[in-house]
Design a protein around this ligand. Sequence first.
Ligand code: CP3
Length: 341
Amino acid sequence: MAIDPNSLLLRALRGEPVPRPPVWFMRQAGRYMAEYRAIREKVSFLELCHDPDLCCEVTLQPLRRFGFDAGIIFSDILLPLEAMGARLIFGKGHGPQFPEPIRDRAAIDALKAIDPWKDLPSPLRAIQLTAAAADVPILGFAGAPFTLACYLVEGAGSKEWVTTKRLMWDDPVAFGRLLDKLADMVAAHLQAQVDAGAAAVQVFDTWAGALSAEDFQRWALPYARKALSQVKGAPTLYFTRDAGPFLPWLKDSGADAVGLDWRVDMAMARAALGETPVQGNLDPIALHAPAEVIREKVHSVIRAAGPRGHVFNLGHGIVPSTPMAGVDAAIAAVKEWSWTS
Ligand code: CP3
């Protein structure tokens, strides 16, 4: 289907009044669904990401099963780093790893700029297929430069990101060059997704909340802005985790809307962000609660966010232990809401 400019998602992202907020969940396709696990029994995660037909199928699974108001294309923020020349592995039982981490100027200079259709066609082809098959808008996405640098420099996930912060302080010029390169890649990757049919795009700055307020403003925000400001033709979202203390600066990302994690008080966020549309922010673990508790929590998020410019979402991705019944209960609670009655 062609992109519907009057979909709930696009109306909410423009800050127009809507009868109820649109709802989609980060990581709505994934291991909590039996249909997804059945596909993963046959292919590895990276094989799945590089197969546009399977990406399309996995993106459609939660849309069919739950009736979300938007889909997010199945892919991963780390794939473009592979396209830039960094070897990426997803082993069994551990998260993503870069066995040859990027820690000096030579390694940074060796990262290639990407030509999206040539170097990373699968998510683009998957967006084309999924946008044609789905009756709701499909979002594209990318990691933010700082969060991508975290994985590249550290070589794996981390809580403290010590190696990344050391490079940031030991050689700020090199770290800045890495972030600049990543921002250009992110911009090209996002624009190609919009051109392929993504109705909106989200930048995940998952680890920006690991920074001090000063370093957030120096190392995360400007590079996210550099990438976001180059995207034309679709609304943009900027999501950070643990970034509640940075609320006053989030709209300087240049994104059309700001994604909030579950620790942020929605009413305080509204006060700090003014008219900027927001997305969030139910605690993802709340989907394990009894249906009546879920309903109350969903309604209190909606009430605090108000009738304009709110996209209902979790405050971070669905976790694998999430019961399908909890997802059903949350979506039903959003869909029964009415701002007009
Ligand atoms: O949201 C969606 O449904 C779209 C698909 C999507 C995935 N990853 C699929 C995935 C998106 C938007 C991402 C983003 C992503 N990937 C982020 C930023 C968002 C966030 O969650 O903070 C990050 C940091 C990554 C990197 C990444 N990919 C990690 C750390 C892991 C391992 C996590 C884990 O739970 O094991 C992945 C793997 C991954 N990406 C899975 C999925 C569904 C699980 C893979 C599997 O099937 O084994």
